[in-house]
Design a protein around this ligand. Structure first.
Ligand code: AOF
Ligand code: ZN
Length: 354
């Protein structure tokens, strides 16, 4: 079992290379071992492109060794024809006698059918090695398929005295009429946030944040994919000249009543703002096949998700500044949290285990 764990750990490591680029597909890594030596490796890079097992099998130079080898894969090999043919068939065709799997694929199209197909072909299958780690690796994909909603990450930065922004008057004194966000944390944390954005499929903000900060919501301080921008605009108040309407990346505007036509990259959707909006939003994002969202404010929008108990992770920066007054940070009982230090600012990461 220890040997299995060693190779599965390598699968997880390889899989992580795909973070941010595989959506809507999961992160999957695979290694092929013969005589306690890795003879092939691969990971899934992008939806539509070959799966991890296919890349691993193709990387093996001496294909005759496959008939005596073990293939390790962090997620159950697929059994269906999706954008690519079933990995199970390739494993069977290559006569690989042993398959070691981290965890079962929650996608209804697979969900155990891959394992069954391999067993029926006479292959020795071991399931559940580093299962927790493999589930954690694909927390977004699992949440999407099992809970029928995206994985929800709350993110905000608060001052020492618990404000996420200064009040408008002191802000104008400091910055004039120019609309610029006030940074509570240091530049390193901003870069980290851009890295985080590149890892999630979407980013969501409320109307006030869109109006006050006129943000681009991109990943310019990092490399990687820009997330889909999701903006709440109940009364269609956000000027069309704002960055979010620049058509640069896919953007979903959530209104009370749709008054504008969709364009190439901008889609308008409506929800009932008189009702609890958090469950309506998660349902809508599920419809758009969005598996993860980083929610970056403001306070009211974040609190809506906290109150509905619709969140999975909270990442809270505590800066060094004291604002004295302003917009109060969301209230969250930090049941389980880890503390990190980023330069002199503190980062608290909290997981919701409800
Ligand atoms: C695997 N290995 O590396 C991945 C799997 O449309 P397709 O053909 O790309 O299939 C996507 C589904 O296949 C995805 O939802 C998940 O169930 C599984 N992903 N399976 O054997 C892989 N990425
Ligand atoms: Zn596959």
């Amino acid at each position: 079992m220890e040997i299995h764990e060693k190779y599965l750990r390598r699968c997880i490591e390889l899989a992580k290379n795909g973070l941010g680029t595989t959506y809507p597909n999961p992160l999957v890594g695979s290694v092929i071992v013969y005589n306690d030596q890795i003879i092939g490796e691969g990971w899934h890079k992008k939806a539509g492109e070959p799966h991890a097992e296919v890349n691993a099998i193709h990387s093996v130079k001496d294909k005759s060794l496959l008939q005596k080898a073990t293939i390790y894969v962090s997620l159950e090999p697929c059994s269906h024809f999706g954008k690519t043919p079933p990995c199970c068939d390739l494993i069977i065709q290559n006569k690989i006698p042993n398959v070691v799997i981290g965890t079962v694929d929650p996608n209804e199209k697979v969900a155990g059918k891959g394992i069954r197909k391999l067993i029926e072909a006479g292959i020795k299958v071991t399931v559940g090695v580093l299962e927790n780690e493999c589930n954690e690796l694909n927390k977004r994909f699992f949440t999407f398929h099992q809970k029928k909603r995206p994985y929800l990450i709350l993110k905000w930065a608060e001052s020492q005295d618990g404000f996420i922004a200064p009040n408008i008057i002191s802000r104008k004194e400091q910055y004039g009429s120019e609309k610029k966000p006030v940074w509570i944390t240091n530049p390193y944390s901003r870069q980290l946030v851009h890295k985080w954005r590149s890892e999630e499929q979407a980013i969501l903000i409320g109307t006030k944040t869109a109006l006050e900060d006129n943000p681009k919501l991109d990943v310019r301080d990092w490399t990687g994919n820009h997330p889909v921008r999701v903006i709440l605009d109940q009364n269609n108040r956000i000027p069309k000249t704002n960055h979010i309407f620049d058509n640069q990346t896919k953007t979903v505007i959530i209104c009370g009543k749709i008054t504008d036509a969709d364009s190439k990259n901008t889609i308008f959707e409506s929800i009932d703002f008189e009702q609890n909006i958090a469950p309506q939003l998660t349902k809508l994002l599920f419809k758009h096949q969005i598996q993860s969202v980083i929610i970056e404010g403001g306070s009211q929008t974040l609190q809506t998700f906290i109150d509905a108990n619709l969140w999975d992770e909270a990442r809270v920066f505590i800066g060094n500044s004291i604002l004295g007054d302003g917009i109060k940070a969301p209230i969250l009982a930090r049941k389980q949290f880890k503390k990190h230090w980023i330069d002199r600012d503190e980062l608290i990461i909290s997981r919701n285990h409800d």
